[in-house]
Design a protein around this ligand. Structure first.
Ligand code: F0G
Length: 469
């Protein structure tokens, strides 16, 4: 696969000892010289940038142009790796920042102190579309006929929708067995993806799809693909837009494979370098306690970015122990049930740039917080619930101050995982015993169970607490 170079951007190795550069027309998911992750870098002088971020708002007046309508491509100067005519869009990124004073109060933040960036509104129902529109653009640019990803569900739904809507390429998705939420699996099947369900978990599926894509002409769309992360930067641009181009104090995001965390850090690093913002927010990455690799590296083992030279021995030892002991991630937040986050190094950079913190929260906290967010009208999936749990924890610790302005990224839609929602609310002991108890979730304090009543006026009026008439 090859294509003409697009001159404003190039791929660059993250390793400071290497820093090799590659044309955007090459298909790479790691540096061929040293094996490190790749970044997309830009020759900013050759890109006509707006003088202020608020200039991007002018695109709203021309939103009949699909590129200006897209919540990703209306910021295209900040991810200029392809020409306008090459960009793929299906109307992604129509998400807005929602002020939520009820949850602010619950977190003892001031009114106007808590915002939700509701990425469930994307065409496939998760934030992944922000990245997949960019990966699809690159796949088209290099003439890929076949694409693939491994997934805990949302990446596969997103790739499948892009393949289905555009018809540009075939798509194969690899999923682990058992754990994927049905809403997501049904999307991949419905959109026509060839779905390979392997015996194993997400980490196994990712290792396998990487191996196969290296040997065959299949374009890999996981977040080791550096183009995907360029699209995910725009979530932060929309957050800034929602705040009238002011920088919040905190961005709080669930951490799985750490693509989002990495992309957010890069977004702010670049905006600061370009003089488009004068400060960066702090970043809080929230792991599930059942998949807390980043938490362990950051808080227990003290791993740091260290100018691009994180301690490789610490990482190797930890992963070797994981293999020896056959450690497996286990959490009800299946989206982030990941042991080996592929973007670990980039996430360390993001944490450095954004003076970040990492916490992990239990499945009980995750499902309770998911229900609390949903009760304010923003139905999200369990992984997204980790954000509120993280805010509550960081408020308790005094790390987030009562006067801070906090933005939680709600990464996926509630309808992705209705089984869990029903297990939480229904009060059905069989469902709870199957779904919740094995994960240590024994209480459902925010449950809203259905009220079962005979089909009888008197009984219904009584159940409603009204006087009989
Ligand atoms: N939230 C949701 C809803 C997700 O689907 C994922 C990742 C994450 C958070 C974690 O984001 O990897 O950028 O740290 N889902 C992937 C998938 C792994 O296959 O759909 P991350």
């Amino acid at each position: 696969m090859s294509s003409a170079a697009f001159q404003t951007a190039f791929q660059q190795c993250l390793n400071p000892e290497c820093r090799a550069t590659f044309d955007v027309g090459q298909v790479l998911t790691s540096c061929p010289h040293c094996g490190s992750l790749l970044d997309i870098s830009y020759d900013w002088n050759s890109i006509p940038l707006p003088r202020r971020l608020s200039d991007f708002q002018q695109r709203w007046s021309s939103r009949l142009n699909p590129l200006d309508y897209s919540g990703v491509w209306r910021f295209r100067e900040l991810l200029r790796f392809a020409a306008d005519e090459q960009l793929v869009t299906i109307g992604e990124g129509q998400t807005i920042l929602q002020r939520n004073d009820r949850l602010a109060t619950a977190c003892s933040l001031q009114p106007g102190g808590l915002f939700l960036q509701y990425e469930g509104l994307n065409p496939s129902g998760s934030f992944k579309d922000n990245g997949m529109t960019a990966a699809s653009t690159h796949a088209r640019l290099v003439g890929a006929q076949m694409t693939a990803c491994a997934s805990t569900g949302n990446t596969s739904a997103s790739l499948a929708i892009y393949a289905g809507v555009t018809g540009l390429f075939r798509c194969i998705v690899f999923v682990g067995s058992g754990k994927i939420a049905f809403g997501k699996l049904s999307q991949a099947l419905d959109y026509g993806a060839m779905t390979i369900q392997i015996r194993g978990d997400f980490d196994d599926a990712l290792a396998r799809v990487r191996q196969i894509c290296e040997k065959h002409p299949i374009y890999l769309c996981n977040s080791v693909n550096p183009f995907r992360l360029e699209g995910q930067k725009t979530i932060m641009y929309r957050v800034l837009e929602g705040l009238g181009w002011q920088v919040p104090d905190w961005i709080v995001v669930p951490g799985g494979n750490l693509g989002n965390s990495s992309a957010f850090g890069k977004a702010f690093l670049e905006l600061r370098q370009l003089g488009l913002i004068d400060r960066v927010p702090r970043l809080a990455v929230i792991n599930s306690a059942g998949a807390a690799t980043l938490d362990e590296f950051w808080n227990t083992l003290g791993l740091r970015w260290n100018g691009g030279r994180p301690d490789a021995g610490v990482i190797r030892d930890r992963f070797e122990r994981m293999d020896r002991q056959d450690e497996r991630a286990a959490t009800l937040a299946s989206a982030i049930e990941i042991n080996r986050p592929v973007n670990l190094i980039k996430a360390l950079r993001a944490l450095e740039v954004c003076d970040g913190v990492v916490r992990s929260v239990s499945d009980q906290e995750i499902v309770d917080c998911r229900a609390r967010i949903a009760a304010t009208g923003f139905g999200c999936e369990p992984a997204s619930g980790a954000t509120l749990a993280g805010v509550l924890r960081l408020r308790e610790e005094g790390v987030i101050a009562s006067g801070d302005r906090v933005v939680c990224i709600l990464t996926g839609h509630q309808l992705k995982d209705p089984d869990l929602t029903m297990a939480y609310h229904s009060g059905d002991p069989a469902l709870a015993a199957k779904k919740l108890h094995p994960a240590g979730v024994l209480n459902t304090p925010f449950a809203n169970p259905p009220v079962v009543v005979d089909n009888d006026e008197t009984a219904i009026v009584q159940a409603l607490g009204l006087d009989p008439r």
